[in-house]
Design a protein around this ligand. Structure first.
Ligand code: UP5
Ligand code: MG
Length: 189
């Protein structure tokens, strides 16, 4: 029922921490709609929209796209969905992103997942991915990690203080990690 207030989960973690992989599992088992902010931005690049080249350059450098652009894409995706449960993957990246989302939507996420994973493991996963992403090279990954530590950790800390954060050990196999994620959603039913 789209008139109900949506249940929103933010899914955070560094580059390669497993956000997308675990979101796919959650979707299969708990009926959420997966909105990856990175995928929404990459779609703008591939469909040559007015912001496409700016987004391409920003992603290539591992920097953050202006909040108004990303928030608008997410809001549009939520509004055009029939579902009322959303996983917003890889957003907000910064306190500014977070504040813009809260201002524009007039709401906060219900819960926030954080996949905690050592840098060496994240770098290994990203460089092994081989799906042609322009930001999956050693130089850009180093920058993505820096940006994560400097700008995204404060967002995670914010939600921790609010009691909304579920910190998940992001090491081990995909199955092992999912066994840590599943109880969070099973408890919501
Ligand atoms: N893999 C997954 N789990 C594994 C496991 N347990 N063991 C071994 N391998 C595992 O996983 C990464 C790789 O590891 C995959 O090959 C997977 O098979 C394997 P994935 O699930 O894709 O991890 P994820 O955390 O989703 O990694 P991703 O690289 O997508 O994270 P990023 O946060 O870096 O990328 P995102 O697409 O979110 O953003 C890209 C860029 O867009 C940003 O750098 C930024 O420039 C821009 N952006 C914004 O500006 N604003 C936003 O709001 C969002 C993005
Ligand atoms: Mg991803």
């Amino acid at each position: 029922d789209r008139r109900r207030i949506p249940f929103v989960t933010f899914v955070l973690g560094g580059p390669g921490s497993g956000k997308g992989t675990q979101c796919t599992r959650i979707v299969e088992n708990f009926g959420f709609t997966h909105l990856s902010a990175g995928d929404l931005l990459r779609h703008e690049i591939s469909s040559n929209t007015e912001n496409g080249s700016m987004i391409l350059n920003t992603i290539k450098e591992g920097k953050i796209v202006p909040s108004e652009v990303t928030v608008k894409l997410i809001q549009k995706a939520i509004e055009s969905s029939e579902n009322c449960r959303f996983l917003i993957d890889g957003f907000p990246r910064t306190e500014e992103n977070r504040i813009a989302y809260e201002r524009v939507t007039g709401s906060e996420p219900d819960i926030v997942l954080f996949f905690d994973c050592p840098e060496e493991e994240m770098v290994k996963r990203v460089l092994n991915r081989n799906q042609g992403r322009i930001d999956d090279n050693l130089d850009t990954v180093k920058e993505r990690l820096k940006v994560f530590t400097k700008l995204n950790l404060p967002v995670i800390e914010h939600y921790s203080k609010k009691g909304k954060l579920y910190k998940i050990d992001g090491t081990g196999s995909e199955d092992e990690i999912y066994e840590r994620v599943r109880p969070v959603f099973a408890a919501l039913r």
